[in-house]
Design a protein around this ligand. Structure first.
Ligand code: TRP
Length: 366
């Protein structure tokens, strides 16, 4: 990393303050949602289709999406297929991954009648917004995004393509094409959401309009679920239970999970991160606290901990596996869901784009 691309201290602390502010707004929104106050919210969120989703996604974001959808909030889910090519050169896996992600969504309980699911590659109106947004940000601004920097580092790229720098702005188009104002995401996405907020504000100010709403993050309050080895959960590390795994595959993976030699099971995230992570997973499945789960297992040791997790997780995933099977056998239904999602997204996007062009003096009275 060169000198120019390092965030100076004052800016990093400015970021801290903005992120704390985002957390406060998110907390306030949760209070409203829990009280059933859903009016005025439009949710947009999504995923890069880089692989099948795992239980970390389920407990971290998917469950929240389903909860919010079921509260009656209008929900859009973007499958960000263009964003796949930011850190790799091949599109070979995209089609299979989109299918997997769709199946995971539907299995988890996203309902295509209530949530609009679409790949952004099929919504030209959304993509065109990127062109309207490009003049609103500076190159250094794109260059110093901490999440982008982190991704560049961890992907070990020989050369960094322009999509990598611009995708946060494309993500602003994902959010704003439908005037989304509430974006359920993990904390790593906060720099992107700050950019979306800025772009919406700058657009409105520069073109003296109120086309775009204020964008707010809705942060998940569920503690991060780690992989079965205590490291970050990821498919490529082989430490993740995928939503598409069978009950047997799940049992086998959990058998290989890392624990420690103390037979007395206690919830102690500081000293026993692996054991505590498994306890949190069980708690997430049984709507319990990790401490209560630990007390029940007592001195049953790692064996009992693992068998408890296998049972709890398989019971939790069972209805999802049934739903997944139904859709797996019906590719035409799956395509229909995408088609409908695209039609709806394009309708909404076309309306926004008209307003955008008019605000930019490009309406030409047509
Ligand atoms: N970048 C997000 C991720 O990696 C995925 C994403 C793309 C997204 N477009 C979005 C998330 C719009 C929220 C809103 O998880």
């Amino acid at each position: 990393m060169t000198e120019e691309t390092t965030i100076p201290d004052d800016e990093a602390s400015a970021n801290d303050a903005t992120f704390q502010e985002a957390q406060r707004r998110s907390d306030a929104t949760w209070v409203k949602l829990r009280a059933g106050e859903t009016k005025g919210f439009r949710v947009l969120t999504g995923d890069r289709p880089t692989g099948a989703l795992h239980v970390g996604h389920l407990f971290g974001t998917l469950q929240n999406r389903v909860r919010i959808q079921n509260l009656g909030v209008e929900t859009y889910i973007v499958i960000a297929d263009y964003q796949v090519l930011t850190d790799r050169d091949t599109a070979d896996a995209i089609e299979d991954n989109v299918r997997d992600v769709m199946l995971d969504y539907l299995a988890a309980g996203l309902d295509p009648k209530r949530s609009t699911i679409f790949p952004h590659s099929h919504v030209p109106e959304l993509n065109q917004l990127l062109l309207a947004f490009l003049p609103l940000v500076s190159m250094p601004e794109l260059d110093r995004n901490p999440t982008v920097k982190e991704e560049i580092k961890s992907a070990n790229l020989r050369t960094v393509n322009a999509a990598m720098y611009v995708y946060p702005l494309h993500q602003a188009a994902d959010i704003l094409f439908c005037k989304g104002n509430l974006v359920p995401v993990g904390k790593d996405q906060l720099p992107h959401l700050e950019l979306s907020r800025k772009v919406a504000r700058r657009f409105n100010e520069r073109f003296k309009t109120e086309v775009f709403p204020a964008v707010n993050a809705l942060l998940s309050d569920i503690p991060l679920v780690l992989g079965l080895d205590g490291q970050k959960m990821s498919k490529s590390r082989g430490n993740a239970v995928l939503l598409k795994h069978t009950a047997e595959e799940t049992a086998k993976l959990i058998k290989g999970a890392k624990t420690d030699s103390d037979r007395n099971i206690t919830y102690d995230p500081g000293n026993r991160p692996e054991v505590s992570n498994l306890l949190r997973l069980i708690a997430a499945c049984t709507d319990d606290t990790p401490e209560a789960v630990a007390a029940r297992i007592g001195d049953g040791g790692g064996g009992k901990l693992k068998s408890t997790l296998t049972e709890a997780l398989n019971a939790y995933l069972a209805p999802m596996r049934v739903r997944r099977k139904e859709y797996e056998g019906a590719p035409e239904v799956l395509r229909g869901i995408l088609r409908d999602g695209i039609v709806k997204a394009r309708e909404v996007g076309e309306k926004t784009l008209r307003e955008v062009r008019t605000a930019m003096n490009m309406g030409f009275g047509l």
